[in-house]
Design a protein around this ligand. Structure first.
Ligand SMILES: [Ca+2]
Length: 458
């Protein structure tokens, strides 16, 4: 019974096309040998491995200390941001920390005291490594979501940028674009850059906090509802030009262009209620390893693929020394369900001609354990990362966390094929404004506490 169970554990992922092992030890035929497979690392929570940059200088609140209010209680401006006080400071690292006890911790910008000059903030996340999105990007805002925002990506470490999605409460007014829904995309335009109003309209700052980049819905165009047919997505990745690249990036940039307005116009007499506050940025992705690695570790300040198939490099993007008898090629999802390893080979070996197609007669003999148990362990698991660059990194990386397989997917690389005509949208000069409303401001003492997720202003 036990050997059967071990066999099932070993073969099940391959049967589902999860590509989670790079090679297996096969005992069929005259002599045992390695059989090589296309493989990829599991998805990981990537926020702990990013370098973060918040611009422009001085955009973070607290220096000097200032009071702010909220849309729910606009004339109760009792909260204070003070960078010199640990309990009242809102530094960038609070966008990536682990929150406990139901308390939201968040980065916060200065208030819009320079209105009508736009309140602009850029938040850049850099991985120094190509990664492939496997789930939605989710940015969580406290005190309301921005009414204008652009999510951008870079594939060349921030040299060039491309829009991923535009967000506005009125796409036409903000960007001169029609508002579109992701679910209206089809296989022909799955990588189209759009503007959405879904995440920018006012619904109460506590009711709707998240702004998404819908990766799963785009995957579902190919893989169907609940992503049940991932093999169809993988085949599309091979077939549709630019599809893999669309989900690949080295950097993300969130451009905040106009804060939440509370469902109305800007009220000039109370600019203390306009600001940005972000409590979390979730990015779930896998290392891009060109289907040549099943694990990815944090070493020497960045993520590195643990390359197999005689490949090497951060992305397994070239052949190892002495394995250059054929040109390097990325592994392939084709043919389904196990793909092709496209290994680098040495003269005289047959490494790259091991059939990638299913061989039912040999699978019954495939051993569940490899000859070297440590090698097997190495392939299946991700090891603990080392310390990050202390200067740029916002926090030490957390222990490697894999994302459950059913929450994620896969993808791979090359330059982006996004619609460049959308790259240089100007911010409208006119920011909507209404005549000032004359009400008496009521200042009360600061509570000096961070705010409960359940709401401080009940
Ligand atoms: Ca937080």
């Amino acid at each position: 019974m036990l050997p059967l169970a071990a066999f099932l554990v070993h073969c099940f992922p391959l049967a589902l096309g999860h590509y989670d092992i790079c090679k297996s030890w096969v005992t069929s035929g005259d002599s045992p040998s390695w059989e090589y497979h296309a493989c990829q690392p599991k998805p990981m929570f990537m926020k702990g491995y990013a370098m973060v940059k918040v611009e422009p200088p001085g955009i973070t609140c607290g220096d000097p200390a200032e009071y702010f209010c909220t849309h729910e209680n606009p004339y109760l401006c009792s909260d204070e941001c003070d960078a010199a006080n640990r309990d009242l400071a809102h530094p960038p690292r609070l966008m990536f920390d682990k929150e406990e006890d139901g308390l939201a911790t968040y980065w916060q910008s200065v208030t819009w005291k320079r209105y009508p000059e736009p309140l602009i903030a850029n938040i850049t996340l850099s991985w120094n490594k190509s990664i492939e999105l496997t789930d939605d990007i989710v940015v969580t805002f406290e005190y309301g979501r921005p009414t204008m925002m652009v999510l951008e990506k870079s594939l060349d470490h921030g040299k060039t940028w491309h829009p991923y999605q535009f967000y506005a409460d009125d796409c036409m007014e903000a960007f001169g674009m029609m508002s579109n829904k992701i679910r209206e995309l089809t296989t022909d335009n799955a990588k189209r850059v759009q503007c959405t109003e879904e995440y920018s309209r006012w619904a109460g700052s506590k009711k709707e906090k998240n702004v998404r980049f819908d990766v799963r819905e785009r995957f579902a165009i190919f893989a169907g509802p609940d992503l049940r047919k991932m093999e169809n997505l993988y085949m599309a990745m091979e077939r549709v030009k630019g599809l893999k690249e669309f989900f690949t990036l080295t950097d993300l940039r969130i451009r905040l262009l106009r804060p939440a307005l509370g469902g109305t116009y800007v009220q000039r007499d109370n600019l203390k209620k306009y600001f940005y506050a972000i409590s979390n940025i979730e990015v779930i992705a896998r290392c891009k390893c060109n289907l040549h690695a099943s694990s990815c570790n944090f070493r020497d300040g960045s993520l590195q693929c643990e390359c197999e198939h005689n490949t090497t490099g951060q992305d397994c993007g070239r052949c190892k020394k002495n394995f250059h008898t054929k040109f390097w090629r990325a592994g392939s999802y084709n043919p389904a369900p196990r793909g092709s390893p496209n290994s680098c080979t040495q003269a005289g070996t047959i490494l790259d001609i091991v059939s990638p197609t299913p061989k039912p007669e040999s699978t019954t003999l495939r051993k569940a354990h490899m000859p070297d148990s440590s090698a097997y362990h190495h392939e299946k698991y991700i090891s603990t990362p080392t310390k990050a660059n202390p200067i740029l990194r916002i926090s030490d990386p957390p222990p490697m966390k894999e994302v459950k397989e059913n929450t994620a997917i896969q993808v791979s690389t090359i330059p982006p094929v996004l619609e460049t005509k959308l790259q240089h949208r100007e911010i409208p000069e006119k920011i909507r404004a209404a005549p000032p409303i004359h009400k008496e401001l009521t200042l009360t003492p600061s509570s000096g506490r961070k705010h409960s997720k359940k709401g401080t202003y009940e």
